[in-house]
Design a binder for this molecule. Sequence first.
Ligand SMILES: Cc1ncc(COP(=O)(O)O)c(C=O)c1O
Length: 397
Amino acid sequence: MNDIDELLSDGIKATPPSFVRSILKAASDPEVTSFAGGLPNPISFPQQKLLESMERVVAEQGAKAFQYSATAGIDELRQWVADRYNHRFGTDYVADDVLITTGSQQILDLLGKVLLDKGDGVIVEKPTYLAAIQAFALNQPVFYEVELTDEGLDIDELNAALDAGAKMIYLIPNFQNPTGLTYTAEGRRQVREALSGRNIVVVEDDPYGELRFEGESLPYIGGTNLPHGVVMGSFSKTVTPGFRMGYLLTKDHELLRNVSIAKEAADLHTNVFSQYVVYDYLTHNSLDEHLVKIRDLYGAQARTMVEAMAEYFPADVSYTVPEGGMFLWVTLPESVDTMELFDKALARNVAFVPGAPFYAEPGSRSTMRLNFTNADEDTIRDGIRRLAECIREELGA
Ligand SMILES: Cc1ncc(COP(=O)(O)O)c(C=O)c1O
């Protein structure tokens, strides 16, 4: 008999376990073609170059690379992040606008702690990144979901949620996880207009922005345009997720000061050895050349998956066609419950993530997320063919 339940906080009881993490074990069987994970392809890990950087860091930084360090992160890396954004978007970020974090996931946890009390409103996309739901749920907020469209957000729903009162809006404007959708320039303008004049923190989570294999990068909605704009970034999908290196950029220094206090309480500072190694890697190598390889690979994999779906899926199944990132989203006829389909697909050695866990409130059960970055093109085609067989069986087609 375990009476720990009586001792648990309301916050942890309100927090769902990660469904993705629970199915990854089943999907990791080498016989299974897994479209379930969210793992970068190992090609994105420049292992030899990182080894060279580690040796240089030990030789050049000595004890500094092993000592306690500043909560904000090392200045060189903060400046590098500011410069990169200024170069890409014509912004005017400075090092003091940047906080280096333990993965960008930590930012979600910190923002939740800093902004949300029980019952406070947070606006999220419908569907949204499930680990953001987890991070915010610890604070027991009220989730206002706003439907994603091909352009961006449903503006009427957004205005209704804003009128209901929310402290934060959390958006993933580029190659969204889970849907692969990207807000258009007009969609961004409409959302910015709806948010203008409202006292709300506008968080744009952008771990995939540099993985664009089609089209042009678009400016952020909030960023430096709105007073409480926060942009989140990460080295997980461009260099390595194992180092757990993320960052936020904001011009709102009062918000940043409070986030830094929450970070002090959480972990004092981000792993300083990893910061020096990543900074050394970035200054001794061309990230842009490295990104070309990742984009070419992911672009080809995405095209293969889309072509295979066009060939094998029944006509009443629809799917998104991403311009970058790692995922796409499939919508099946409503009669199909993808939670049930998951087990049948696994019996045929193919795995995906059912859509349900990506909704903050109980939502569609006939959707699924597919990852295209972790299988070669032949395996993708064959996996989609087998998945299509399961879907046809389910539909009796
Ligand atoms: C939308 C989104 N935000 C944040 C993260 C967290 O990334 P990390 O903590 O590795 O930077 C992920 C990881 O998959 C993600 O998809």
